[in-house]
Write a protein of this length. Sequence first.
Length: 62
Amino acid sequence: MKTKEKQKQNAARAASKRWRSKRHAVRVWLSESEFFALAQHADASGETLAGFVKQRALEAKS
């Protein structure tokens, strides 16, 4: 029983670390004002911020 709980905690911790590193990468890539402008635009268009940023990155590459 305890090992299952521990596995869940570890999985949650790993997911949290992945999210923090992605968020940090986006913030390093953009200035703080650009980040908040993107977040507001993504909210207004109904997209998630991650999806919005990924789409813009793909557009920038091509």
